[in-house]
Design a protein around this ligand. Structure first.
Ligand code: F6P
Length: 535
């Protein structure tokens, strides 16, 4: 039998076992918890036992995860469908050298980083000004990986903000840029056009809108624009001077790009020193991932727990639940990271996958989610593994009592999910309330929690720049390990192309310049109704 088949057999054998009962006979909590740097990762509230863990670790070894990771860190072209290296780790490990196509890429990485630092200082210290004086607001226009990273990390690190206010525009819906620019002063606003390709239609359309808005008040609007892109020719054509273009190479994938120039808005908000801490936290996680045995390795274990739940237990979705309001955009960020990376249907060699690919990822910060969708997590018919995240301290010492309540809620949820409430317990509670007979039975059944619902908890001291860097790097490597085990390319995203092509073809149809004869009946009907509604 292969390890994969062993794991299928194991999941069948243990599927009705109660997680809570696994705590009875051994030091389970400590045995299924690992520490690294500021992080404690507790996966004891899952159905994984010592034998399962052993098999999962063997699976990682069998799939050569470590060799593949080494290939990534050293610049091999592991993104095989695009013929590219995958080197976002080089953006946060600024020492040393990494060779791609016979050339050390690090001098260029360091030079760009130094330019980012110098520019951020110029803006923050008032040497780079707008027509109306010091820059008060920064508008980052980008999409997907050119938006979600800084849009997630900037509010996450709000206690560290001492630079201009940062705003993020991504949606081509004009409402987004309209509502963002409303109330801003063009004379003191800096616009960052963040697009790896500088062709993404949503971003370029919003950038043109921002330029027109700026031109109404500012004599030289392009002077208050910055570009972050790999396409120097296109940024020049847009009118942005070379000294305000921050480039990066094609070996930085969009959803892995916030460590470099795509993170410029974050650096402007928190300053180069805190940004360096953010990089440092990620670099520490890189070192841990690269050098630690599988059974002690946080990203590997997080990946193995994910694979166990998705591929072997058949749980199709995964909830990410940070008990940290400032991480409210983290679930969206992780959605792109996981689902754009591992939402594939063929393996690296182009053959159909024989198992399901990556899970559906979703979530909200606690405690908000508790009053919305936790009902289904506790009592719905599907099992949804939950990933809790929690800081032991907040940034508001005068509100420590609120933080206690937050932590109590987080711990209570994972406890409740595991323990559940039996029919006998529910019946007793309702009996004490005075119910009896058929009504007692009926009401008690509504109050039963099946329990044995798996969760993991990632605990850290406090959400600092360093910790945030570590969390994101942890999840990046987790997604990488999952991809290696599934044998897929986690670094391309061909699945977004068809919709883009069809949208381009549909614009002239909507505008009435083309009949759209090749469109299906439903699409033609929708176009016709839109045209009628718009008169
Ligand atoms: O949606 C596909 C995608 O290519 C993402 O991977 C990327 O992050 C996003 O579009 C934005 O691309 P760009 O930075 O080239 O504008």
């Amino acid at each position: 039998m292969t390890i994969w088949q062993d794991l299928i057999a194991k999941s069948e054998a243990v599927k009705s076992r109660k997680i809570a009962e696994m705590f009875d006979n051994d030091n389970r909590a400590a045995s299924f918890t690992r520490d690294s740097g500021p992080f404690m990762f507790d996966f004891s509230k899952t159905n994984i036992d010592a034998e399962t863990l052993d098999l999962l670790v063997k699976l990682a070894a069998d799939r050569n995860v470590q060799a593949r990771a080494e290939a990534m860190f050293t610049g091999a072209k592991i993104n095989e469908t695009e013929g590219r290296a995958v080197l976002h780790t080089a953006l946060r490990n600024l020492g040393g050298s990494v060779v791609v196509d016979g050339q050390d890429v690090m001098p260029e990485v360091r030079a760009t980083y130094d330019r980012m630092v110098a520019f951020s200082r110029d803006v923050r210290e008032g040497r780079f000004v707008g027509q109306g004086g010091a820059i008060t607001d920064v508008v980052n226009i980008g999409l997907g990986g050119s938006d979600l990273g800084p849009a997630m990390a900037t509010p996450a690190l709000a206690p560290y903000h001492d630079g201009p206010r940062c705003h993020f525009v991504s949606n081509v819906d004009g409402a987004h840029i309209h509502d963002t620019l409303k109330g801003l002063n063009p004379e003191t606003t800096l616009v960052i056009v963040a697009s790896k390709t500088f062709t993404t239609i949503e971003t370029m359309t919003n950038a043109e809108t921002a330029k027109r808005w700026m031109a109404e008040k500012v004599a030289q609007p392009a002077a208050q624009f910055v570009a972050v892109s790999t396409a120097a020719d296109k940024t020049a054509a847009f009118g942005i001077a070379a000294e305000r273009v921050f480039g990066f190479a094609d070996w930085v994938g969009g959803r892995y790009s916030m460590w470099g120039p795509i993170g410029l808005s974050l650096m402007l908000a928190i300053g180069p020193e805190d940004f360096a801490d953010f990089l440092h936290g990620a670099a520490e996680m890189d070192a841990h991932f690269r050098t630690t045995d599988y059974a002690e390795n946080l990203p590997v274990l997080l990946a193995l727990v994910g694979i166990w739940h998705n591929q072997f237990c058949g749980y199709a979705t995964r909830a990410v639940l940070p008990y940290e309001q400032r991480l409210s955009r983290l679930p969206a960020y992780l959605q792109q990271l996981e689902m754009e990376s591992n939402g594939k249907r063929v393996s690296m060699d182009g053959k159909d996958l024989e198992f399901h690919s990556g899970p559906v990822v979703w979530g909200e910060p606690g405690t908000n989610g508790q009053h919305a969708f936790y009902q289904l997590i506790h009592q719905g018919t599907r099992v949804i593994p939950c990933e809790f995240m929690l800081g032991a301290e907040g940034h508001e010492p005068d509100l420590a009592h609120q933080h206690m309540l937050l932590m109590a809620n987080c711990l209570a949820q994972s406890e409740a999910l595991m323990r559940g409430r039996s029919l006998a317990e529910a019946t007793e509670i309702m009996r004490k309330k005075g119910l009896e007979g058929a009504e007692l039975e009926r009401q008690a059944r509504h109050r039963v929690f099946p329990g044995s619902r798996p969760s993991t908890t990632l605990l850290y001291p406090k959400l600092t720049p360093e910790v945030l860097g570590g969390i994101v790097a942890l999840y990046e490597h987790r997604v990488f390990v999952e991809g290696v085990i599934l044998g897929i390319n986690s670094f391309d995203q061909w699945g977004v192309e068809l919709g883009k092509e069809l949208a381009l073809a549909l614009s002239p149809v909507l505008e009435g310049q083309s009949a759209g004869a090749d469109k299906d009946g439903s699409t033609r009907q929708l176009v016709a109704r839109i045209q009628t509604l718009r008169g």
